[in-house]
Design a protein around this ligand. Sequence first.
Ligand code: SAH
Ligand code: SF4
Ligand code: F3S
Length: 483
Amino acid sequence: MTTPHNGKLYIETVGCQMNMLDSELVVAALRKQGYELTGDVAAADTVLFNTCSVREHAEHKIYSALGRLKFSKQTRPQQVIGVLGCMAQKDQELVFQRAPHVDLVVGTGQLGEIPRLIAEARGTRQRSLAVSLDRREGTRMEVSNSFQSYDPLREPEMRPSPYQAFVRIMFGCDKFCTYCVVPMTRGPEQSRSPRDILLECRVLADQGVKEVTLLGQTVNSFKVTEDGKIWRLSDLLAAIHDINGLDRLKFVTNYPRDMTDDLLQAVRDLPKCARYLHVPAQSGCDDMLKKMKRGYTIGEYREMHQRLKETMPDAAVSSDFIVGFCGETDAAHEKSMDLIREMRFKNSFIFKYSPRPGTKAYGLMPDDVPEEVKKARNNEMLALQNQISGEDNAKFIGRTVEVLVEGVSKNAEKRGETDASHGPVQLTGRTMCDRIVVFPGNPRLAGSLTEIAVEDCTSTTLIGSIMTREVQHGSTSLLPILV
Ligand code: SAH
Ligand code: SF4
Ligand code: F3S
């Protein structure tokens, strides 16, 4: 028997795009059972946390949020609290030990079971743990099978915007970089069926999605044989490109060694593909890359970057860096700074090394760079990247760019400006090379491709106004308009 509950669901998501997608799928499954989303944790009888373990800070955030709910069940005995995702898979029973009021711990490979597990927990008031096998607990096939796919369910309201959607094309990771928990939390690398992926993209296009972002931890390592045909990412992009209604295709994250020519040429030749490639370098120093077991040298990264720029001179490249990894000297850090100067990344995500239990570095390499040094290197790198991003953004001033309008900007939303009843509202969109653009306009434009004249910029944002085409005496001129 299930205890009555108010059907209100609160879900908090941290971590990467994979987690955003997983939360969308979980909410879609629960909506089918009559659940309704609320942003107020105090009003919810079902509280879920979709967690991340990539750095200690992300785990702290969730354990603190769980701490705040310690006495919540005293006033809501019917409440079910669930911890989902990467930290659930990594910490397993430890979650119950650290937060005894948690009812469910559900790993990344069991999310499809959530509706049943919640109903059971409410009925029996028993804790339940649903996780996949650890990587050493079975054969590769057994471990892979313990991470289940449940991707076809979709929930538009959970997306960044109704016009943008994520589509998973790969699960897991087999690269085992020595600092990284993802091969443990997401399991063995598996490419999904191209038939299923294409079907999902068609459904999304029918729902009005304009931009699809394909997701994989090493998305460009995608390779699968179906009906006797080998599919690589380039083949998949070409097939998705033919779907009517989609305007833009993106994919993250790329592994430098798998950036093959067929992929670069596909991106160049398929007009819907964004001219933007996220190819994390992690460090500019060969010794560090070796200790990280990244599988390439800086010479090889440089060769990949040159090939990329020769194929698409206008493409933007972004990166991730870890500062303060085990044994990183000032000279090693300086090499990362030099790489940023040389590559002029569009942007870089910079992280301070956080030792993660279960990884090779955790057991074998001392975390010997002091926190203040990590902080100083982080700030120095961020300042350099911001300077470069600002200089490169400034080159767009005076140019016209085509943006996919995403909707009302965060700042305008904060000011309560969500419709055009009092004049144009600040909108936001992205260029083909993934630069963020803000401009005044009517929120009705969300989901459309619009030309913007860039007038100003910051290091993160281009600022402009909408252009319209006006035919004058047979010639076309571009004029700024306010909609
Ligand atoms: N699959 C992606 C990255 C996944 S994790 C790739 O290989 O590029 C996202 C980023 O978090 C990584 O690129 C890395 O820069 C950072 N990261 C991963 N583990 C970390 C750790 N232990 N400490 C600090 N940053 C880490
Ligand atoms: Fe982690 Fe490396 Fe896999 Fe990326 S490629 S998810 S950094 S192990
Ligand atoms: Fe975090 Fe898991 Fe993504 S550890 S970065 S949520 S794959």
